[in-house]
Design a protein around this ligand. Structure first.
Ligand SMILES: *Cc1c(COP(=O)(O)O)cnc(C)c1O
Length: 397
């Protein structure tokens, strides 16, 4: 945690909590380093679904080649913020209205998920043309990862054999410009695993293109760069990934490779900060009840992990009775929801955790607030604070 973030948290009053605190400076440094690690011929998109907060997108926009969006809502949001930035539009179940909007707003790439979707597109294009990638569900096994999206039965993308039907539609329609393939097979891969997969994907894509006499110029190999919530310091090795991609590209000379990470770009810049409302013991186990919960930060419930956190001690205790606390024992951190699933961290050993202390959950910048069930129990929403360095500015938006 940057000292600026810590001192900002110290200055928040109880009424300001819970709060999402975004460290825009850290985000900028991170995305800059990611971009610098990648070969020039690799394009970097940010998958907006990880966190579409406008202030974060503004920082990212200066360092990425564009944004990947997965709905008409995200498309409109990103286009309104950035009239000119390249946008790739992917995701299953695009409606005719969304396809028409993609054509109208001029997305730079549309990722086609099925032959039906491609045919629907031809009915809404009018006299516009559009650049497309066919999303393939390749029979490749990515190994043990968090979320497998392909290589087995999946609603995402086309089977290799189904590509032929799409090629026939494209051959018949001048408005459809096939630019290449899109393959997002898994999330949660470490750099060596991701490179192995990328190598298999590019080899497959080259063979496929040769067999179909297609001049393949680009492949989007997706996102899914691993984020390890159990080891916050062990980050995806972008330097190794970039070097490996460089070697790979030297064997695919005319190919542009594009990646579209989400989580690995924004997870680390966000903190969900709150306070301990109560500490209780029940059947021999300690529970800390926090202001807020998984309706603000659903990530640990969704991924079934302990959200990493740090305790920020608050030494004042305003009441005449003894301060509820846990000492040198495992504590389960729960929220205010009336469900046993409202757990942010399970049986984590602490030296001391007291009622009134603050908790800052780390790695809350991706798939956090925006995947949470905000309205459940009608608790107030958190505040959102965006910190940047020198001069330190914070605002509530
Ligand atoms: C979700 C998604 C991404 C981003 O995945 P991360 O794990 O956040 O990097 C990229 N591409 C597609 C098609 C996706 O569905």
């Amino acid at each position: 945690m940057n000292p600026e973030v810590l001192s900002h948290i110290d200055r928040l009053t109880g009424d300001d909590l819970p709060a999402y605190v975004y460290d825009l400076h850290a985000l900028r440094e991170h995305v800059r380093a990611v971009r610098a690690a990648l070969p020039e011929r690799a394009e970097l998109l940010y998958a907006a679904k990880a966190n579409s907060d406008a202030r974060l997108l503004r920082v990212l926009a200066d360092h990425v080649d564009g944004f990947e969006v997965a709905s008409g809502g995200e498309l409109g949001h990103v286009r309104a913020l950035f009239p000119d930035i390249p946008i790739a539009f992917g995701g299953p179940g695009k409606t005719p209205a969304e396809l028409a909007e993609a054509a109208r707003l001029g997305v730079s790439r549309l990722h086609i998920e099925s032959a039906h979707e491609l045919r629907l597109l031809t009915t809404v294009l009018g006299d516009r043309s559009i650049d497309i990638l066919l999303r393939v569900n390749l029979p490749l096994t990515p190994g043990p990862v968090a979320l497998v999206m392909g290589g087995r039965p999946s609603p995402f993308g086309l089977e290799p054999a189904q590509l032929d039907g799409c090629l026939a539609v494209i051959a018949d329609d001048q408005r459809l410009r096939l630019r290449g393939l899109h393959v997002h097979l898994a999330s949660g891969l470490h750099a060596p695993g991701h490179l192995d997969l990328a190598e298999d994907v590019l080899t497959w894509a080259r063979d496929w293109a040769q067999a179909h006499h297609i001049d393949l110029t680009e492949v989007n190999i997706g996102g899914g760069m691993g984020v390890d919530y159990a080891h916050p310091d062990q980050r995806f090795d972008w330097a190794a990934f970039g070097a490996g991609l460089h070697r790979l590209l030297s064997r695919h000379r005319n190919l542009t490779v594009r990646i579209e990470p989400g989580r690995s770009l924004t997870a680390y810049c966000g903190w969900y900060v709150t306070e301990v409302l109560d500490v209780k013991h029940s059947h021999g186990e300690a529970f800390a009840v926090l202001r807020g919960g998984t309706h603000h930060l659903r990530t640990p419930a969704a991924k079934q992990h302990n959200q990493p956190f740090r305790i920020i001690p608050v030494d004042t205790w305003p009441h005449p009775w003894p301060r509820p606390q846990a000492r040198r024992e495992p504590v389960t951190l729960v929220g205010q929801l009336c469900t046993p699933k409202d757990v942010l961290a399970h049986r984590v050993p602490v030296r001391q955790l007291r009622c009134g202390d603050r908790i800052a959950f780390a790695m809350a910048g991706a798939y956090a607030w925006n995947i949470s069930h905000h309205d459940f129990l009608m608790h107030p929403a958190p505040a959102f604070r965006h910190l940047d360095k020198a001069p330190l500015t914070a605002d509530v938006s």
